[in-house]
Design a protein around this ligand. Structure first.
Ligand SMILES: [Zn+2]
Length: 214
């Protein structure tokens, strides 16, 4: 028996055999009834599309102006990055860093990392560094989820300093859409990718075994 045929229940730690699931089935723990995993072939298509859409929306949200700054009597429209730079120059470095991480760095990391594992898996192989990338996704995920809160804080701080006026243009709507898309993306449990990866050939492992037999 291969080690990969076993699964531990995340609720009661029971060690169970892992059955292959066909479409729309889910595996439950016979001891405590917790859902272990679901069949995710249809799910994978959908999450791939939403993640790609979210990345495009993210780029739109970042590249159009979101606030109108007024510095020394000169008004200019600026993007989120520009607003963060303005915060930095107003000696609010910590706010600028926290907002940068939660609204730009972590969501972008999660989207790119997800696409990095999703696209090859959809194509039928496991990309190099697969396990490490999945762990990275689970690490940045809790931080990416507070982006809406952080955007709110940014707007409040900017308004308090009466530096700026938020402009309801493309970028703000893109952020709204991005929030909804992200809600869908975080509903996806990256652990299911491990189960799918078990059924796929690992390129490197295959090459090695081929080398051993020759
Ligand atoms: Zn259980």
């Amino acid at each position: 028996m291969k080690r990969t045929d076993l699964i531990a229940c995340h609720e009661c730690d029971a060690l169970l055999h892992k059955p292959r699931l066909s479409k729309k089935m889910s595996a439950r723990c016979p001891r405590c009834g917790a859902t272990l995993y679901r069949s995710s072939s249809i799910h994978l298509e959908r999450i791939c599309a939403v993640t790609l859409g979210a990345l495009i929306t993210f780029l739109i949200a970042q590249s159009f102006p979101i606030v109108e700054l007024e510095i020394n009597g000169i008004t200019s429209k600026t993007t989120l990055i520009g607003a963060l730079a303005a915060l930095w120059s107003e000696n609010m470095e910590i706010v600028a860093i926290v907002v940068f991480c939660s609204t730009i760095l972590f969501p972008l990391t999660e989207l790119l990392a997800l696409l990095y594992v999703l696209i090859p898996i959809r194509a039928g192989f496991v990309p190099p560094g697969f396990n490490r990338v999945l762990r990275a996704i689970q690490f940045v995920r809790p931080w990416g989820m507070i982006e809406v809160l952080m955007l709110g804080i940014l707007i409040t701080v900017v308004k308090m300093l009466s530096l700026a006026r938020v402009i309801p243009e493309a970028s703000l709507f893109a952020f709204g859409a991005l929030t909804l898309m992200f809600a869908v993306v975080v509903m996806f449990d990256p652990r299911t990718l491990w189960d799918i990866a078990d059924t796929l050939p690992r390129r490197r492992a295959l090459e090695q075994s081929a080398r051993h037999t020759s």
